[in-house]
Design a protein around this ligand. Sequence first.
Ligand SMILES: [Cu+2]
Length: 85
Amino acid sequence: MIAFEVNDMTCGRCVSAIAQAVRRVDDAAEVSVDLGTRRVEIRTSAADVAGLQAAIQEAGYSPTTARAASSAVPTRARGGCCCSR
Ligand SMILES: [Cu+2]
């Protein structure tokens, strides 16, 4: 699992542009995006952090590496959405 924070990702169009960029690196990658936290999580066995980061940058965004998903959840408690995941 590789995770990025992409602070200039703001809408569904950004999300699909980023997903597309990731799939250019590994077309079997599983991409999950949380627009609320600007977080992109990528499940891949073929790509590495540097390659994915470069691809997302090429798509016009500024990804920064985020901590591994398993260890970080503390700022997740805000309400407002129906989905808790
Ligand atoms: Cu957008």
